[in-house]
Design a protein around this ligand. Structure first.
Ligand SMILES: Cc1cc2nc3c(=O)[nH]c(=O)nc-3n(C[C@H](O)[C@H](O)[C@H](O)COP(=O)(O)OP(=O)(O)OC[C@H]3O[C@@H](n4cnc5c(N)ncnc54)[C@H](O)[C@@H]3O)c2cc1C
Length: 475
């Protein structure tokens, strides 16, 4: 078997793997990335990026429909779905081409093929060490019969779609990635699961003109978000003309060639063109040969890692959707940086998962981080809440969104900013300010006194800090 030696081999070129590879190259490691599909991973090719590209078209369609209120007449809005999809493809190829360019610029070898770890004890690997144990030899990686060796291997193979009990994916029953790449605009679409992905698909297609049904087993949409935010999102989604059913399950699912029949709630039967299952994801680790290589899984089937992303096999790290924590692209990238910096002997610190920003790009937009009000109360904080509608500041009225809301959760004892929750225009951008304040060890009293530009929506974020601190000016 032909051998090639590297300091670092990364398996998977998604946002976890490609960022890890670039950081490894910056740190002077001779680096290769192995990808079995397309550079950029699922994030750039099928998930985050295509979703947001199609949602941007939906956003423009809604803005055009509302333009008359601003004195701008655009006539009747119609959707050219072929053009929407062509733009999606162009956005993807621009960004994946950018990643390929970064590999070249950083001297990273890009290898096409499916990789697995060589069994421990064979192919140069000794294995068996506990997390972070030092001094083991090179690790073998096999790619389509070719052998690579490296002192550091980063597993970054991401996750795959999963279904719900009794429903088999296939034909007109599709996952969230396929939902953004449909050849034809569906006339009727049902989405099961009103988490971030499900809410985005429902909101996107409803505004592009499909008749949409959003079904969620929990009692509210976006069940992981703060209850106030869920309430406003549900109201906003309904305003887009879709049917939202919470506390509801589906049954008797029967797939035809180009349609799906199922029943829900009271037993009412419906037929739709496509049924989207947005029920979360499972780690993609089957092809990696983990057991023979001495890499252990945790009780949920994720690769077990410590705070520096080290697995149970010395020199092997795992990052992104393959490991615990929220399945988010920016989380994967940050873990990639932590892993290679640890491998290079740099001091790293574990990610605080609760403080990672969460963004949902449905309309209304949602951005959040940290604890919800309910979680803060359960954890016995001395909870203070600052809530300010966008309409309280000039920007909300000027830009035409008075219904948005900023909610900050603090601890009265220390002024600590425990969580931030924003719903409304540009919430996905606005949330970053609150994360930054927390990361720089500021609290809501500091937020309240930072000068903000006028008239901006960010003034509502500042006012929420003031509300928590007891001196709301506008409201
Ligand atoms: C519809 C949808 C929308 C989303 N939107 C967002 C969003 O807006 N923001 C956000 O932060 N997150 C979003 N996510 C989540 C985000 O896509 C993931 O968290 C992110 O892609 C994880 O990155 P990763 O690098 O771990 O893996 P991935 O992006 O899954 O990449 C892993 C790569 O590894 C490759 N691979 C797998 N096995 C092997 C092997 N044996 N050999 C070689 N290559 C292999 C795969 O082909 C793949 O290209 C979304 C997810 C979905 C499904």
């Amino acid at each position: 078997m032909a051998e090639a030696e590297f300091d670092c081999v990364v398996i998977g070129a998604g946002p976890g793997g490609y960022v890890a590879a670039i950081r490894a190259a910056q740190l002077g490691m001779k680096t290769a990335v192995v990808e079995k599909d397309t550079v950029g991973g699922r994030c750039l090719n099928y998930a985050c990026i295509p979703a947001k590209a199609v949602l941007r078209s939906a956003d423009l369609a809604s803005e055009a429909r509302e333009a008359g209120e601003f004195g701008v007449n655009v006539g009747e809005v119609s959707i050219d779905f072929d053009a929407v999809q062509k733009r999606r493809e162009k956005v993807i190829s621009t960004l994946t081409g950018g990643v390929a360019g970064l590999f070249k610029k950083n001297g990273i070898e890009s290898i096409a093929g499916e990789a697995s770890l060589a069994p421990s004890g064979g192919a140069g690997g000794t294995g068996g060490g506990g997390a972070g144990s030092e001094g083991d030899g090179p690790i073998g990686v096999i790619v389509d019969g070719r052998q690579l060796t490296a002192r550091t291997v980063i597993l970054a193979t991401g996750s795959v779609r999963r279904s719900i009990p009794g429903v088999e994916l296939g034909g007109p029953i599709i996952g969230t990635e396929e939902a953004w790449a449909l050849a034809k605009l569906p006339k009727r679409l049902a989405v099961v699961g009103a988490g971030a992905s499900g809410a985005e698909i429902a909101s996107g297609y409803a505004r592009l003109g499909s008749e949409v049904m959003l079904i969620e087993v929990a009692e509210r949409v976006l069940p992981a978000e703060d209850a106030d935010i869920s309430r406003l999102v549900e109201r906003g989604l309904k305003r887009q003309g879709m049917q939202v059913m919470t506390g509801t399950t589906i049954e008797d699912v029967q797939a035809g060639k180009d349609s799906v029949r199922f029943s829900h709630g009271s037993g009412e039967a419906v037929e739709v063109d496509r049924l989207v299952i947005a029920a979360g994801r499972a780690p993609d680790s089957d092809s990696l040969g983990l057991a023979q290589a001495g890499v252990e899984l945790d009780e949920r089937g994720c690769v077990q890692v410590d705070g520096a992303q080290r697995t149970s096999r010395a020199g092997v790290y795992a990052i992104g959707d393959l490991v615990r924590g929220p399945a988010l692209a920016h989380k994967a990238s940050d873990e990639g940086v932590i892993a290679v910096e640890d491998a290079a002997g740099r001091q790293t610190h574990p990610l605080s998962y609760v403080d990672i920003p969460r963004a949902t790009f449905c309309t209304p937009n949602v951005g959040s981080f940290g604890l919800t009000e309910e979680q803060a109360r359960e954890q016995d904080h001395e909870v203070v809440v600052g809530k300010v509608p966008y309409g309280a500041v000039g920007g909300g009225t000027v830009y035409g969104d008075r219904t948005g809301l900023v909610k900050v959760i603090g601890d009265a004892r220390y002024g600590e900013l425990l969580g931030g929750h924003i719903v409304g225009s540009r919430a996905t951008e606005l949330i970053q300010e609150l994360v930054n304040i927390r990361m720089l060890e500021g609290g809501f009293p500091e937020l309240a006194r930072i000068v903000h530009g006028h008239p901006t929506l960010s003034e509502a974020v500042m006012e929420a800090g003031r509300a928590a601190d007891g001196w709301l000016i506008h409201g």
